[in-house]
Design a binder for this molecule. Structure first.
Ligand code: GRF
Length: 193
């Protein structure tokens, strides 16, 4: 069965939605572990409650060391895919190259519009009428890899940034597991594992 790791830095609502999709059989894969660069990430508690192994990635030193630990974890715990869900670190080009085509990210805008750390706020401040959610493969750039799926979210009269954020995150929770289910079933397993 395909297996994946989820990397988080914060709340972990996408992680929770993916864990639910795995446990009720919508996503036919094993969630090998969740890892965070942030010891205070609320998502770590969610993972523990769901019985998912958790790990901390120590970014206090060199990025290379943290990524070395991540690569080792993926081998030891057999994670074929790395799924980013609010992970606020940029993976180095050499790490991305070693997992080429096996790292997926979700971003809260219709890329290539509004990449970066605040896709929802940037779209809101620009005043667009439609924004949305993108799931894409990770390459060496920031929010630039090949797009796998997108879903538009309209900005309605009377919206506030909070209402928009809520609708976008609801859309994320529906789009991520479906996109991963299609992706996992379309690729052969990693030979290295
Ligand atoms: C999501 O909006 C995701 O698109 C972005 O970071 C946020 C993470 O939220 N990359 P959560 O931690 O899954 O609640």
């Amino acid at each position: 069965m395909t297996s994946f790791a989820v990397l988080i830095s914060g709340r972990g609502t996408n992680l929770a939605a993916l864990a639910r999709a795995v446990s009720d059989g919508r996503l036919n894969a094993r969630l090998a572990f969740a890892a965070s660069d942030n010891p205070g990430a609320a998502g770590l508690k969610i993972a523990k409650k769901a019985g998912i192994p958790t790990h901390l990635l120590d970014y206090s030193g060199e990025k290379r060391a943290a990524e070395g630990d991540l690569a080792r974890l993926c081998l030891e715990e057999v994670a074929e895919w790395i799924v980013l869900a609010g992970f606020m670190r940029i993976l180095s080009p050499s790490f991305v190259a070693s997992f080429r085509g096996r790292i997926v990210n979700i971003h809260p805008s219709l890329l290539p519009a509004f990449p970066g750390a605040d896709g929802i706020g940037d779209a809101w401040r620009y005043g667009v009428k439609v924004t949305g959610v993108t799931v894409h493969l990770v390459d060496e750039g920031v929010d630039t890899g090949p797009i796998l799926a997108q879903k538009a979210v309209e900005i309605r009269p009377g919206d506030t940034p909070d209402l928009l954020r809520e609708r976008i995150q609801r859309t994320e929770r529906r789009l991520y597991w479906k996109t991963l289910a299609e992706l996992f079933s379309s690729r052969p397993p990693r030979k290295e594992l």
